[in-house]
Write a protein that binds this ligand. Structure first.
Ligand code: GRF
Length: 217
């Protein structure tokens, strides 16, 4: 059985197997694990991959009984070979949606081509404001009064793909990078599992930059 999907890239399998790529702490990975456990997200995590050996998220995955690997970029000839290795592993595990959760690398062609419109990322700002590194520091430096979190489809444009879901967070006068990041993180943990569920429903299309959800009949 398959679920409905947008035109072009074929349906998601009914198993809804996702792969999660991480580099560090893994709190967003944990929010996905928790949402699945609580029955708020109908999916399973097939595999977790980290580019760093010391990523705490690897432990979170193993504690949850999820297959987890460290793949070191240094073991591969170049960026493309590394991305191909990740794509091969994800495909071998039957993954149909890839979720970047604090994965601190640019996603290259081999991975994008293996999972067209099938890679999600979470970013700690209201994109298109403050793409790239240290989004919360950028927001504070700019003096914005509202920032937030964004889940988007990954394209070759850094933090520039179609926006699936956003949440706004107030910036308070005495905020530091730490206090603001903590407030944004609460929203990240809320919207990432929700966005994954939306994407896995298959009831959407992409129109230029826009992620367009189907109107329920
Ligand atoms: C999060 O703020 C996420 O938005 C950004 O990197 C951070 C990762 O945190 N892309 P964690 O590893 O999920 O705890």
């Amino acid at each position: 059985m398959t679920v409905p999907t947008k035109k072009g890239y074929g349906p998601f399998s009914a198993e809804r197997r996702i792969g999660v790529l991480i580099s560090g702490r893994g709190s967003n990975l944990q929010s996905i694990i928790d949402a699945i456990r609580a029955g708020r997200l109908d999916a399973s995590i097939a595999v977790v991959v980290s580019n760093r050996a010391d990523a705490n998220g690897l432990e979170r995955a193993r504690d949850a009984g999820i297959e987890a690997h460290h793949l070191s970029p240094r073991a591969y000839a170049d960026r493309d070979a590394y991305d191909r290795a990740i794509a091969n592993l994800l495909q071998a595990r039957g993954v149909s949606l890839v979720c970047l959760a604090g994965f601190m690398r640019l996603v290259g062609r081999p991975l994008l081509d293996a999972f067209p419109q099938r890679i999600l990322n979470i970013h700690p700002s209201l994109l298109p404001s403050f793409p790239g590194l240290e989004a919360q520091r950028q927001a504070l430096g700019h003096g914005v009064q509202v920032t937030g979190a964004t889940v988007h489809l990954v394209t070759s444009e850094l933090d520039g793909g179609p926006i699936v879901l956003q949440a706004a967070v107030p910036v308070l006068p005495d905020d530091t990078v730490e206090t603001l990041s903590a407030r944004v993180l609460i929203e990240e943990h809320r919207i990432y599992p929700e966005a994954i569920g939306i994407v896995l429903s298959g009831e959407w299309t992409v129109d230029g930059r826009r992620f367009v959800r189907a109107i329920p009949s």
